[in-house]
Design a protein around this ligand. Structure first.
Ligand code: PBG
Length: 325
């Protein structure tokens, strides 16, 4: 019997055809590049588990931000690992704290670069949890939310283009929105880490951000990887509370969640290709086991195809360079 008249290969026969019928596109505008700021001056310390990623002092962060911006990166996401850590997360609350200084310095040097500030307590607390810890060792929701709102305000005042709460406490989007509005920052958007899973893929990040919990784990606030419906519940709650963008994190193992979220909301959906996803590709590529460029573009295209409008990825500078070439 002759092959069918229907031949999907017709539109795959040349690069020209493949480009013509391509459904999903990557642009550097869709990518957000995370950066890690540490105390000191002239510090540029390699993160061992993340080849090509550095912990940078504020001056070096400005320099690196300029470099990547010239290479086509349009947005960065800042994390700070201050030296002083205490129960109150004081450094994150201070206008002179590390994160606030980094935000202000980068915005001053590069007003055209979009700067998102990660809002959490784990980098500035001595116990490394994302909220306050009670005497009984429980992560207390409501006092944490009050502090997180103050942290967000501190970063908005420093000039952040958006605040991105990554703590997973209940009700923090509403609290942050109310405080920002009351203090004259009604124009500062909230990028909510709405569906953030308790993932093994954050391991390398915790080296970079010096934010590993001193005891226990994050499973009483981050989501169970087994749950998809619950992600929608979290996302819809954050939308109701006033989130301007919602995030799913990690990205690769949660493509189904990204798709469901994209179908359920009308605001932009962000996916975070996290440190472990980055390191897996880097490690295999360094051994010659995988073609790095092809693998990176395939994972990012897959995340976009699943429904992510924006992707936070440590590959942003590399991808921007490839897209320009
Ligand atoms: C902390 C935070 C984490 C990440 C972003 N913000 C780690 C965690 O929750 O333990 C992970 C990012 C990555 O792995 O790239 N609130």
């Amino acid at each position: 019997m002759a092959a069918s008249k229907v031949r999907p290969r017709r539109t795959r026969q040349s690069e020209l055809w493949r480009r013509l019928v391509r459904e999903t596109h990557l642009r550097s505008e869709s990518l957000v590049y995370p950066m890690f700021v540490v105390p000191g001056k002239g510090v540029r310390r390699a993160v061992e588990s993340m080849p090509g990623i550095f912990q940078l002092s504020v001056d070096e962060a400005v320099r690196h931000a300029r470099e990547v911006a010239e290479g086509g990166v349009v947005s960065v996401l800042l994390f700070a690992a201050p030296e002083h850590k205490d129960a109150r997360a004081s450094d994150a609350l201070a206008a002179t704290g590390l994160a606030a200084r980094a935000i202000a310095a980068i915005k001053e040097a590069l007003p055209q670069l979009m700067v998102w500030a990660d809002v959490c307590l784990c980098g500035a607390t001595d116990h490394g949890h994302c909220g306050h810890v009670t005497a009984g060792g429980v992560i207390d929701n409501d006092s944490s939310v009050a502090t997180l709102a103050q942290v967000a305000l501190n970063y908005a005042r420093a000039g952040a283009d958006a605040v991105a709460p990554s703590d997973m406490m209940d009700g923090r989007v509403a609290a942050i929105r109310a405080l920002l509005d009351a203090e004259g920052f009604s124009s500062t958007p909230i990028v909510s880490y709405a569906a953030k899973y308790a993932s093994s893929f954050y391991g390398p990040f915790r080296e970079a951000a010096e934010s590993a919990p001193a005891f226990g784990d994050r499973r009483s606030y981050q989501m169970d990887p087994a749950n998809g419906r619950e992600a929608l519940r979290e996302v819809l709650l954050d939308v109701e509370e006033g989130a301007d963008l919602v995030m799913v994190k990690p990205a690769g193992p949660y493509l189904d969640v990204i798709r469901q979220v994209r179908d359920a909301v009308r605001i932009p959906v962000v996916a975070y290709q996290v440190s472990g996803e980055f390191s897996l590709i880097k490690a295999a590529a360094q051994r010659g086991w995988i073609d790095e460029r092809a693998a990176v573009l395939e994972t990012l295209t897959g995340i976009r195809r699943a429904g992510a409008d924006l992707i936070i990825t440590y590959f942003a500078p590399q991808v921007s360079a490839w897209l320009r070439a």
